[in-house]
Write a protein of this length. Structure first.
Length: 651
């Protein structure tokens, strides 16, 4: 290996090669950068002239084109742009072949070879096989101009979309004019339970695709799904659970939901329909709550009504003292003038609600668009609320519920948060992805630091409205689904690392051309995979969302051996320590709150890193992590998570 000699001496063109500037990572415009993420890889140089390069397939689909710089004297560089697509690339990569012909008058004793990508006006140089950015590949005549085949330095990106599974209800609970095979079932709300199963709420309907005149929605459907039942299945029959409605036309659709510290799941509000499927259809919020008992597999309707009145699209947020904040929503569909801006608190010990902020005391900024729930996050000493306006409001539940705002709390560029997906990521920032009438914001991830009161932005290259964002145990965030916008393919998953600001774009699912837009969900499972379901597309409008779901397998599961936790479950006392029996390369430990997702927002996912020395971990305080159910993951140095273990965090 050799070092580049700078400054470069540029001479006239030699033979058919095009002279080009050598790499310069010190450029102020940032057009040259080294590849540290295996996006372009020199696989082999089989003597002169034959070489092979692997390129991340997602970058190829995004318009990136490979090239090679060569130098015969370590001073003058020439570009080879002619590349031929060929077979043999590892999974997730496209392989390209190229040829190096030595011009007459040039020595082939020592040839420097520097692969790079041309992408959106920038050059990305491959140094994956070398420890330093300023090192490149050298092919010497003495060794036959060979650079050995290397399939090990950069493992394949084996993220994978599992097959679609369609949902049907052939039970006797809702007989009616049930078609052959049963009602079609649309999944819209999903909450992970402590045992790894998923509590799903949606609609049962007559027709798979036709939700035209008269509509076909028949009944709300809630059921428990075992992800293991999806493997190898093309369809699955669900077993509905009685939702315990006050009236038969009351459904849990559009309720807010949160796991409680004792393992039950709270559903606040929901929808009451009058004239379902008719031109005069009226959709009202509900003024009562229900709780689901996973052990008994049944719902209980609470006797005390919500103190804030009817709520359609409210958000439920676990607080550090074990209570649940119930925020906002609407009294009925479908006008923002009908916003319910009050905030109340649910005490699970008493099964009772109490008012915190009345409608008159509240702020219009916490109001959502007609398609969004308020995005609410419990911080260490306060609560952050992001409404459709895109301004982060702060609430102190212990000081009369006063709402305040800081100078820089408006989303970057003055954008709103309408139809955005939002999550509090591993850096403690609130990440807002897509949405907004501003088309530029639709392909951005804007991150707000509530402590420093500042924003930063990451360009994702894909416009998304009504997408889904999922925190992963390696500290990254997965963004999937979405509709609308003009840029990019919304079938392609993206992984955003908020610590580095990098975005990795994966290959799309290929078994259908439909999107998953509004009313889709994505939920982290205990095995580190992600359950994705529902959503509208051009064939499935509101009320006729996709009646299917599938598993997405992130690429981190293929990056090496998974560490393991021997215990089947743990109880952690907030602020205390606990010993864990682990095997394999367990470098870090993290608690992930069991998720509860709907309408582009997970109301209770949370990433909590732990102090961990390989054997003993320290539990977080309740200010860092509200009491209740979590998954404990240990993660290897390569970012591979263990299977999650259920943890009950108690005060």
């Amino acid at each position: 290996m050799s070092r580049w000699l700078l400054p470069l001496v540029l001479a006239g063109c030699v033979a058919d090669l095009e002279q080009a500037p050598g790499p310069d990572f010190g450029k102020a415009d940032g057009t040259d950068s080294p590849d540290h993420e295996c996006r372009i890889i020199l696989r082999q140089l089989d003597g002169l002239p034959n070489g092979r390069i692997d390129v991340d397939g997602a970058l190829v689909a995004d318009g990136a084109r490979p090239a090679v710089l060569v130098s015969f004297d370590e001073k003058t560089f020439f570009a080879i742009d002619h590349m031929t697509e060929t077979a043999g690339g590892v999974t997730g990569y496209q392989r390209f072949a190229f040829a190096i012909d030595v011009p007459s008058g040039q020595s082939d004793a020592r040839v420097q070879v520097i692969p790079f990508l041309k992408h959106h006006g920038n050059r990305l140089f491959d140094h994956n096989r070398h420890p330093g950015d300023n090192e490149n590949y050298v092919a010497e005549k003495a060794t036959g101009h060979k650079i050995p085949l290397d399939e090990q330095t950069c493992p394949a990106k084996l993220d994978r979309w599992h097959p679609l599974v369609e949902l049907r209800d052939d039970s006797a609970m809702f007989p009616g004019s049930k078609p052959q095979g049963g009602w079609w079932v649309t999944p819209i709300h999903a909450t992970l339970l402590a045992d790894g199963k998923v509590l799903v709420t949606g609609w049962g309907r007559r027709d798979r695709d036709d939700c035209g005149a008269g509509g076909s929605r028949k009944n709300g459907v809630t059921f428990v799904l075992d992800p293991a039942d999806l493997d190898g299945k093309g369809s699955l029959n669900v077993q509905p659970i009685d939702e315990q409605p006050l009236q038969s036309s009351d459904v849990l659709y559009c309720a807010g939901h949160a796991p409680l510290p004792d393992g039950r799941v709270l559903y606040a509000g929901g929808s009451h329909y009058e004239g379902l499927g008719t031109p005069t259809q009226l959709e009202l919020g509900l003024d009562y709550a229900r709780v689901f008992d996973p052990a008994a597999r049944r719902f209980q309707r609470l006797a005390q009504p919500l103190t804030g009145g009817r709520r359609w699209y409210p958000t439920t947020t676990r607080l550090g003292d074990g209570r649940v904040l119930v925020t906002g929503g609407f009294t009925q569909c479908c006008d923002t003038k009908l916003a319910n801006l009050s905030i109340e608190v649910f005490d699970p010990a008493a099964n009772a609600f109490s008012m915190l902020v009345t409608q008159a005391q509240s702020a219009p900024e916490i109001g959502s668009s007609i398609k969004d729930f308020p995005r609410v996050f419990a911080l260490s000493t306060s609560v952050a609320i992001l409404g459709a306006a895109g301004r982060v409001m702060r609430l102190d539940p212990e000081v009369g519920g006063r709402l305040t705002s800081t100078q820089n709390a408006q989303r970057a560029g003055g954008a709103t948060a309408e139809d955005a997906t939002v999550a509090m990521v591993s850096t403690g920032e609130i990440m807002v992805v897509g949405g907004s009438p501003d088309g530029r914001a639709a392909q951005r991830a804007d991150l707000y630091d509530p402590e420093a009161d500042r924003w930063r932005s990451i360009d994702t290259g894909i416009s998304r409205y009504n997408a889904a964002s999922v925190l992963l145990p390696d500290g990254t965030a997965l963004v999937v689904n979405g509709d609308g916008g003009n840029d990019g393919d919304r079938r392609r998953a993206q992984v955003i690392d908020p610590r580095t600001g990098s975005v990795t774009t994966m290959l799309p699912w290929t078994d259908d051309n439909g999107l998953r837009g509004y009313h889709s969900f994505a939920l982290l499972l205990k095995d580190g995979r992600v359950l994705v379901g529902g959503g509208t597309n051009s064939e499935h409008g509101i009320g006729c969302e996709r009646p299917d779901l599938r598993i997405y397998e992130p690429g981190y599961l293929q990056n090496g051996e998974r560490p393991a936790i021997a215990q089947g479950e743990l109880t952690l006392v907030a602020g205390g320590t606990a010993s864990v029996d682990v095997t394999g390369d367990a470098q870090t430990a993290v608690l992930m709150a069991v998720g509860s997702f709907t309408h582009g927002f997970d109301q209770n996912q949370r990433y909590v890193p732990l102090a961990f020395d390989g054997h003993t971990l320290r539990a977080p305080s309740t200010a860092q992590a509200p009491p209740g159910d979590y998954m404990l993951f240990v993660v290897s140095a390569a970012g591979v998570p263990s299977v999650g273990v259920h943890v009950s965090l108690v005060p």
